[in-house]
Ligand binder design. Structure first.
Ligand code: COA
Length: 159
């Protein structure tokens, strides 16, 4: 039986903000992709854990795109939300934006990602998660798209 409680995407959405330092940069003076990936994974894990009500582990990174360079001094905002909940797995989307250190330009979208998490019990085994109830039409569309991705994954596994 799934947990009696259900949650909306807003219930578990997470926003992390982080100022990049020179310790995060590579030899070219821009921030390492791995630093941004860790922030994405942290925010997504927090959103998945919030939805599940138990810890959730990353099982798959479905998509990760770096759209613009990040530099020391930039204020990164990492927004994660659960798009779809299965039996124990959750599809999570993340959008990362940067406010440049001189704060003159527009807020820039610098990365996007889609990950899959699995809620786990104390023994590290998959744990049933609450149903996701998308409210707005945008949330309903995201849920449908995530369900389609999940169906494609299942087909890939079968083939
Ligand atoms: C999470 C874990 C316990 C799941 O074990 P498992 O044997 O794959 O479990 P199942 O086959 O029952 O699958 C559980 C769910 O995960 C989903 N899943 C498993 N592997 C997946 C993958 N690679 N991509 C997407 N979904 C996946 C399944 O579809 C299933 O979803 P559902 O319950 O919503 O239907 C196991 O894979 C694990 O411990 N992985 C390591 C996780 C980890 O340590 N992450 C941090 C990386 S450092």
């Amino acid at each position: 039986m799934p947990p009696a409680v259900s949650r909306t995407p807003t219930d578990s959405a997470v926003t992390l903000a982080h100022i990049m330092s020179e310790h995060d940069t590579n030899l070219y003076g821009t921030v390492h992709g791995g630093v941004v990936m860790k922030l994405i994974d942290d925010a997504a894990a927090a959103a998945a854990g919030r939805h599940a009500g138990v810890p959730a582990v990353t099982v798959s990174v479905e998509e990760m795109s770096f759209l613009a360079p990040v530099r020391a001094g930039d204020l990164l905002t990492v927004r994660a939300r659960v798009d779809h909940a299965g039996r124990s797995s959750m599809d999570v989307s993340v959008v990362v934006t940067a406010e440049r250190w001189n704060l003159t330009g527009p807020v820039t979208r610098v990365a996007t990602a889609q990950l899959v998490f699995v809620a786990v019990d104390a023994d590290g085994q998959p744990h049933r998660v609450p149903a996701l109830v998308p409210e707005s039409t945008v949330e309903q569309r995201r849920e449908r798209l995530a369900r389609e991705r999940r169906a494609r994954r299942a087909k890939g596994e079968a083939g």
